[in-house]
Ligand binder design. Structure first.
Ligand code: SAM
Length: 335
């Protein structure tokens, strides 16, 4: 086996190929995976990254760095069209899977059992559940489309947020520039009712003024998900971040044109870096004057339980403050 730094491959791929080569069972595979991940979590991080966090978060940086190194608990999203969260919790408990209701968002179950694996969930129940961090569920819940509205999931990827969005009676267009990811999304349980489109969000095949809601779950550094992918820093440098920012700006520009008058835009990254988040708000203010800040609390109602100013149109979620992945969410409406 080559060292992962030499291949640039994610550690998860290497653990899978090693497990296949050695014909490891699921228990052994889990043990190997945990040992490798623990080792990777404890490796030193690049100086440029630590410097950025120290500059942005000041005295709170050490706590954030510590939280990003910890292991995240699995979180389940419950499809509210098919089942009630209390019943799901009870059925999981019968299988020995302990969960607690999320303190951040309605409908999310945080798995407490240390020996959880997806295979332990009864097949019938698997159809109504999927793994999705609380922060990611809050991002998807930031779209509040009504029946009949047209929603564009601009970077739909494997369809995590698309699946969440499909719980509304709106029409969902799931677009991504990757054919492979779009195919994976199409093959996922319950995603067939979205319209899938393979296209570059910067050259979208839609007329201006088409959508009531757009969510950009932007390609980003992924630094908010280090708890789940501790090796990603070995594949990241400052140049990658610059190119992510350029794509994010291109997608925002294109989304601003695709919105109907009074349509709403949700911009999301799973990053903790200011270039992709806080600084992007200043860029939007200067460059996309048609977009006006839209308070998040108005959209969330009582479903999201995070204390913040009623006027705030953005939030930086952090594992050290909120206990979830590091996500940035900003909301705008077209004037
Ligand atoms: C953060 S991931 C999306 C995850 C997905 N929304 C989910 O919840 O599972 C970002 C996605 O952006 C896509 N992407 C990158 N550049 C793009 C572009 N120019 N237009 C559309 N999609 C793009 C990538 O293929 C990737 O799937």
């Amino acid at each position: 086996m080559k060292h992962h730094g030499a291949t640039g491959e994610p550690v998860s791929h290497l653990v899978s190929s090693l497990s296949r080569a050695r014909k490891l069972g699921s228990r052994d595979r889990k043990l190997v995976g945990e040992a490798v991940y623990t080792m990777v979590r404890n490796l030193p991080w690049p100086a440029w990254f630590l410097k950025k966090l120290e500059k942005e978060y000041g005295k709170n940086a050490p706590e954030l760095i510590k939280a990003l190194r910890e292991r995240a608990q699995p979180v389940l999203a419950v499809d509210k069209r098919h089942c009630h969260i209390d019943q799901v919790q009870e059925s999981l408990q019968e299988q020995g899977i302990e969960t607690r209701k999320s303190a951040l968002i309605e409908g999310a179950l945080v798995v407490v059992s240390a020996d959880f694996s997806w295979e332990k969930i009864p097949e019938e129940l698997q159809k109504s559940l999927w793994l999705m961090d609380e922060a990611s569920q809050i991002a998807a819940r930031s779209v509040a489309a009504k029946a009949g509205m047209l929603v564009l999931d601009m970077c739909a990827g494997g369809g995590g947020k698309t699946r969440y969005l499909l719980q509304s009676d709106a029409h969902i267009v799931a677009m991504d520039s990757s054919e492979k990811r779009t195919r994976a999304s199409l093959e996922r349980e319950g995603l067939e009712s979205a319209w899938h489109v393979v296209a570059d969000g910067m050259k979208p095949p839609f007329a201006d003024g088409t959508f009531d809601w757009i969510i950009i779950d932007a390609p980003c550094s992924g630094t908010g998900t280090l708890r789940r992918a501790p090796d990603l820093l070995s594949r990241l440098d400052e140049k990658n971040i610059k190119s992510c920012v350029e794509i994010q700006q291109g997608l925002l520009r294109s989304a601003a044109a695709l919105l109907k008058a009074s349509g709403k835009l949700i911009y999301v990254t799973c990053s903790v870096l200011p270039e992709e988040n806080r600084q992007m708000l200043s860029w939007i203010k200067d460059e996309l004057k048609i977009l006006k800040p839209q308070p998040l609390a108005e959209i969330w109602g009582s479903d999201v339980k995070i204390e913040m100013s009623p006027e705030a149109n953005f939030i930086q979620l952090l594992p050290s403050t909120h206990g979830c992945d590091g996500f940035f969410i900003a909301a705008y409406r077209s004037n």
